[in-house]
Design a protein around this ligand. Structure first.
Ligand code: LLP
Length: 410
């Protein structure tokens, strides 16, 4: 959806330069088709088995994007009361919301119980006790899954590997078995599922399959104990191409999971995809302010910075950076940096780009997942605008923040 036409980078049928002219920079520009195609592909890949696609709100949470999820009758994977609020405001059916996370508060639990969400993915004994108490005080019954830590190495960046034995997430299978037995006796809990999420940006299918097998074994064990589950939630994590990564195809991923699930008739599969849907749905559009050379190093300073997109600084992630109107000037190797007062503030390092002049626009690609949602006001920079493009039209789905927004409530 982001392609050159007549030497101009387009988003669908609209020149990105036109959006920069009309909305300013930095701006996140989403393609509606690029966001909805993976959602529709997921639906069709799993249409022959009972399943629920619960979009992971944390990766792209603008109400207009969540509205596209709601329109399709899909669900949401949430990790906070704020994400619940967004999902409901966007019209997502609470009966299709699953709530993950290691630190749910009593207030958040009460909000989710009152909303009538589908499942709480509980991650510790203490959390489950508090959930039972909270449900009792509201005279409700909480549907629960336990999040199991399958001790599988997803082979990803350590900050986003969540199913390692030493990570804070989930419960060891033996601990989970014990807790399932306790939960099954509790009148305010309804045990319905088993859950795991082993990490993000996985580039091979085998860790997913290894985790799914461990969950299957646990589900068999519970069945022997007389506890029949209804749901198996395998989380998110399917990787995408930022540069030249080759993640498993959706077909390969789906076939692998279905193979394992075929031994578990009657179970509904829940998936919590985030990045797979959103990553390649947006670019962060920035403008060149200056060009300078320090020693042997050349820098291009743009109006976009680490507060707008923190992934390069935080994880060393590489996002492709493309000129919006290639100038034909000779290429040079540059660091693309922002105005923030830290040397860790860069969008890309050692990039070969046509020499840039003030005013030249750059598109930082694959910025749709964990881009805007991880942005901040650091250095008192108003957060960027967000724009949604459909065909040749666009809509501002979040205006650029103002200085007044910066000090609201202080
Ligand atoms: N479910 C749970 C319980 C999760 O914790 C996550 C992501 C997902 C689903 C969605 O995973 P995905 O399909 O997007 O891989 N900020 C990092 C990624 C953090 C992922 C956190 N959990 C980044 O920018 O790479």
């Amino acid at each position: 959806m982001f392609k050159y036409r007549d030497n101009q980078l387009m988003v669908e049928d609209l020149p990105l330069a036109e959006i920069a002219d009309r909305v300013g920079t930095p701006v996140y520009v989403y393609s509606r088709a690029a966001f909805t195609t993976p959602l529709d592909d997921l639906e069709s890949a799993f249409k022959d088995i009972p399943h629920l696609v619960a979009f992971s709100v944390k990766c792209a949470s603008n109400l207009s994007l969540l509205g596209l999820v709601a329109e399709r009758g899909l669900g949401a994977d949430i990790v906070s009361g704020g994400e619940l609020y967004r999902a409901l405001r966007a019209g997502i059916d609470p009966g299709r919301v699953v709530y993950s996370g290691v630190g749910k508060t009593a207030r958040e639990m009460a909000e989710a119980l009152t909303a009538g969400i589908l499942i709480f993915n509980a991650e510790s004994e203490e959390e489950l006790h508090l959930l039972a108490e909270t449900a009792a005080s509201l005279k409700r019954r909480a549907r629960i899954s336990l999040r199991v830590n399958p001790a599988v190495d997803p082979g990803t960046h350590p900050y986003v590997a969540t199913g390692l034995k030493e990570s804070k997430f989930g419960l060891a299978p033996e601990a989970a078995l014990k807790l399932y037995r306790w939960a099954a006796q509790n009148p305010n809990l309804e045990v319905v599922g088993a859950d795991c999420h082993i990490g993000s940006q996985l580039l091979t299918a085998s860790p997913f399959l290894a985790a799914a097998e461990k969950l299957r074994d646990l589900i068999f064990q519970l069945k022997k104990d007389g506890l029949e589950l209804k749901y198996i939630d395998l989380g998110g994590g399917l990787g995408v191409t930022y540069q030249d990564e080759a993640p498993p195809s959706l077909a390969e991923y789906a076939a692998g999971l279905k193979g394992i699930l075929s031994g578990l008739p009657g179970l509904t599969l829940i998936l919590e995809p985030g990045r797979f849907v959103a990553a390649n749905s947006a670019v962060l559009l920035v403008k060149t302010l200056y060009h300078k050379t320090n020693g042997d190093k050349r820098f291009v300073i743009t109006d976009g910075a680490m507060n707008d997109l923190i992934r390069p600084s935080l994880y060393g992630s590489r996002h492709e950076i493309a000129p919006v109107r290639p100038s034909g000037r000779p290429e040079v190797v540059v660091d693309v940096v922002g105005p923030i007062c830290e040397s860790g503030d860069f969008l890309g390092q050692d990039r070969r780009l046509p020499a840039l002049a003030a005013g030249d626009l750059l598109a930082v690609k694959s910025a749709g997942a964990y881009g805007f949602t991880m942005s901040s006001n650091y250095n008192s920079r108003p957060r960027a605008a967000e724009v949604l493009v459909s065909g040749g039209d666009f809509r501002v789905i979040r205006p650029r923040e103002t200085y007044e927004d910066l000090v609201r409530g202080e």
